[in-house]
Design a protein around this ligand. Structure first.
Ligand code: SF4
Length: 347
């Protein structure tokens, strides 16, 4: 079977080239063709010898997922349903902010974390995505943006799946995206979001990368969290906050706590008080997310004035917070709405 070059961080590709009797420089040349010049034909890589181009042709490939369906939202958000080589399908979303083009990447086919409010978890995990498949999500979006003279500037791993449940492939993907001689997305422009896998946070903190970490907190107490996030029965808030502290102390970047406001569940002022007490002492700030309705789920969106009051209360108590801007609600591309409808319709 041909090896997909999208699978290789640069140091691994250098090793691969050495094993092929080439130099490390060959790997850097390939990286430039693939990620800087965006050339996917080995034949067109004219500074590679003809003989080695034949080896590339016979032993390697540059396969991308297939765009199965494209949806464009009225606000410019773009959602792609991508089909992998084995027929699995995942969704990827492009959001256009003032500061750049952000791709929300899925890390798994389905998700086993079972968060009660989330559409993505309606499909159980079939498998983790390979690094090359995650690279493919971003690469394809970048190809589409190139037609408009733009490029992907930021990556958030917040689509379907729990990234730390697919840790090794995730890290390979990040290293490919972050490589200065290739795609060159700065570490500070990459965010990984976890529902709170403590082991993963600890491991991630030791990688020595200046990548952002977001924690899906969604509740100020174990009691409420256990009702909406099964992971809370594995790691309580004390364990989770201790891991965040270790992460910050190890030199990691500031952590963002994601908090979806669910009407009557976690949106009272008492919850805001409890939340501010909970995270006091960390460097974190809170990203409040208005809930996007999912028809199979019993939750309702908090009224706008409740969201405002919750945010004001946090600020008054010294917690920095923002209310997340919403994208693509008319194509089910907003937070917590990703799902593979095509697959479900077939079942
Ligand atoms: S919120 Fe994230 S971790 Fe939870 S079920 Fe949805 S995709 Fe999985």
């Amino acid at each position: 079977m041909k090896k997909n070059l999208f699978e290789y961080p640069l140091p691994a590709l250098e090793e691969e080239m050495l094993a092929q009797g080439q130099t490390r420089y060959r790997a850097r040349q390939l990286y430039e063709w693939i990620y800087v010049k965006r050339i996917l034909s080995f034949e067109a890589m004219t500074d590679v010898s003809k003989a080695f181009r034949a080896t590339l042709e016979s032993d390697y490939c540059l396969d991308l997922p297939r765009i199965f369906r494209r949806q464009d939202a009225s606000d410019g958000t773009l959602k792609l349903l991508l089909e992998m080589a084995d027929g699995s399908k995942v969704e990827t979303v492009l959001m256009r902010y003032d500061y750049g083009n952000v791709v929300c990447v899925s890390s798994e086919v389905g998700c086993n974390m079972g968060c009660a409010f989330c559409a993505s978890g309606l499909l159980k995990k079939e498998r983790g995505l390979q690094a090359s498949e995650m690279v493919g999500e971003v690469y394809l979006m970048n190809q589409l943006l190139a037609e408009e003279g733009e490029r992907v500037s930021h990556i958030v791993v917040m689509g379907t799946g729990e990234p730390f449940d697919n840790y090794d492939e995730l890290m390979k993907f990040i290293r490919v995206m972050n490589e200065a001689k290739g795609f060159a997305i700065g570490a500070r422009h990459i965010t990984v979001s976890t529902c709170g896998l403590v082991d993963g946070i600890d491991k991630y903190g030791k990688e020595g990368l200046q990548i952002n970490l977001a924690i899906s907190l969604h509740a100020p107490s174990d009691e409420i969290r256990k009702k909406i996030m099964p992971i809370a029965s594995r790691y309580d808030l004390k364990d989770l906050l201790a891991a965040v502290k270790r992460y910050e102390d190890a030199g990691g970047r500031r952590v963002t706590f994601e908090y979806i406001l669910l009407k009557g569940v976690n949106d009272s002022l008492a919850c805001a008080d409890e939340l501010s007490d909970l995270i006091r002492g960390t460097l974190a700030y809170v990203n409040l997310i208005p809930y996007n309705p999912v028809k199979e789920k019993p939750f309702e969106r908090s009224p706008e004035k409740t969201v405002r009051a919750f945010a004001d209360r946090l600020m008054k108590r010294g917690v920095n917070c923002t209310v997340r801007k919403e994208f693509g609600t008319d194509i089910d591309a907003a937070c917590g709405q990703l799902r593979v409808k095509y697959e479900r319709a077939k079942k």
